[in-house]
Design a protein around this ligand. Structure first.
Ligand SMILES: [Fe+2]
Length: 180
């Protein structure tokens, strides 16, 4: 069985493009493997936690976060998909499942395959930013690459929270999960 381990974050006073890319790829792949463990497209359209979005939101959310943050600091110029970059940008915090249902009733969630394709494009864009951005140290909150650091840690937070949601899913008898 292949195993992916979480690696240590880069030092912000001394690292290189390869170290940054490795940490990015590790952050990305942890979530990617988790999401790929879901079986059946319909699984992405359920919300195991009744106070949180459907799983498809989380499939797009981390990727959109990187893109929006990198655009905000000027490291990226072009959007990939402006519609997704709004739809997947912000999560929900309702006080009841009914409130969530009402707020989301008109949302048209995209096809799972289209969101996977978005992820691939976003990953390639972030990789290019890492490769092409001049490194000067330290990387602090005023440094444009802070947006990348935020993206990577945000990605990891959602890996943790999505793991929990998917564990809840496993206990729901209607859902079949295959962990590869
Ligand atoms: Fe988030």
């Amino acid at each position: 069985m292949n195993m992916l381990k979480s690696i240590q974050p880069p030092r912000l006073d001394k690292c290189d493009h390869e170290i940054l890319f490795d940490y990015f790829e590790n952050s990305w792949e942890l979530e990617e493997i988790l999401m790929k463990s879901l079986v059946g497209e319909e699984t992405f359209y359920i919300n195991p936690d009744p106070l949180r979005n459907r799983l498809i939101f989380y499939l797009g959310h981390s990727a959109v976060f990187y893109i929006n943050k990198l655009i905000q600091v000027g490291l990226l110029e072009q959007r990939i998909n402006p519609e997704y970059e709004i739809l997947f940008e912000i999560g929900v915090d309702p006080t009841s499942p009914d409130e969530l249902e009402q707020a989301m009733q008109d949302v048209q969630w995209p096809q799972v395959e289209d969101v996977w394709q978005y992820r691939d494009k976003a990953k390639a864009e972030v990789a290019e930013v890492i490769q092409n951005t001049l490194l000067n140290f330290p990387i602090t909150q005023n440094h444009p690459l802070w947006a990348l650091m935020m993206g990577m840690e945000h990605n990891r937070i959602h890996f943790e929270t999505s793991s929990r949601k998917i564990r809840i899913s496993i206990s729901m008898s209607s859902l079949v999960l295959l962990i590869q």
